[in-house]
Design a binder for this molecule. Sequence first.
Ligand code: C5P
Length: 401
Amino acid sequence: MSEKRVLLIIGGGIAAYKSLELIRLLTRADIGVRVILTAAGAQFVTPLSVSALSGEKAHGELFDLTEEAEMGHIELSRSADLVVVAPATADLMAKAAQGLASDLATTTLLATDKPVLMAPSMNVRMWLHPATQRNLTTLQSDGVTLVGPDDGAMACGEFGPGRMAEPSVILDAVLKALARDRSPGPLAGRKVLVTAGPTHEPIDPVRYIANRSSGKQGYAIAAELAVLGADVLLVSGPTDLAPPAGVRRVVVETARQMLAACQSALPVDVAVMVAAVADWRTQTAAEVKVKKTQGAATPILTLVENPDILATLSAPGPERPALVIGFAAETNDLKAHAAAKLARKGCDWIVANDVSGDVMGGADNAVSIITAGGIEDWPRQAKEAVARALALKIAQTLGPI
Ligand code: C5P
């Protein structure tokens, strides 16, 4: 995997807590993270949280002789492929625009020979102030790139531009900034379709049939495939999850919409069907809310079968993906049911998981991979780890382009 490194400068803003999540996302994407925590930043997040997440001590003081002996501040400024400032406060931006070097963070920004990405975060008035806008123009003409800020409600109660970009969006910007000299990854040039989440089948405008799928496993798989360089389209049912970095997402509601979105994505090299598609929908969804009327009979729902997306995509034909992977959520006789499903659906692999515990919505998953060649049992692990292992197995199976 890549040996890329980011030097993250955490400034003193309320959004600093989001930078902890950013460290986690960077680490998960196999990017090494070194952190400089400014004195103001340390008012919001602790050096201990930073070092626990990054696996390295948080750097803070410029005139710390122990630190200087371990790694000089000039060396630190050159130790990464990219310098990321998040949150980039009005103060940090002003100092960087002026070329001040009054602490370790600003000295690093002046001394570095690496590209700099800033994620501004400040009150809307501070952001819109001519001084900040002037500094912004200076920084941009000095070659600094920006991610965000977003529009929205602020911690200070005001509304407007100034919210720091979400960590997943910053990760995306980091990946793009690193992409120029990033090795292409074993799935570069491959198109992959992933479905995830539940589907919602309307009963009337306010009620629907669904299941407990959170979408976490499918989203993690889409994320890991993208990390390996694949061009990933995620067709997602309704979930609370943000789209993973570097993944295109289409959100649908019903099984029929999901099928249509998948078919219009063809041709693809690989299809990974993780969505928990509702097996049935109501024959006709009421156009207005079904009313509960005293004394009237309870409504009877007539259900009809939904299309089977996995079986449809697995059917032989010119557009059949080279590798089609289905999931099997079972509560008993896992392997027997999964093997039967492999044959019934016509797919190449089945990833079988036992959902009798808290897998749906939980953080961990224990899966078995059933192929024509046999069964592999994988240990119980985080859904991200399952996703990583599956993405690597897909890359190995497809081989180089
Ligand atoms: O038949 P069952 O729902 O157990 O099969 C699960 C597998 O089939 C999953 O990969 C799921 O995404 C896929 N599936 C589908 N369309 C359906 C039902 C299931 O793609 N209508």
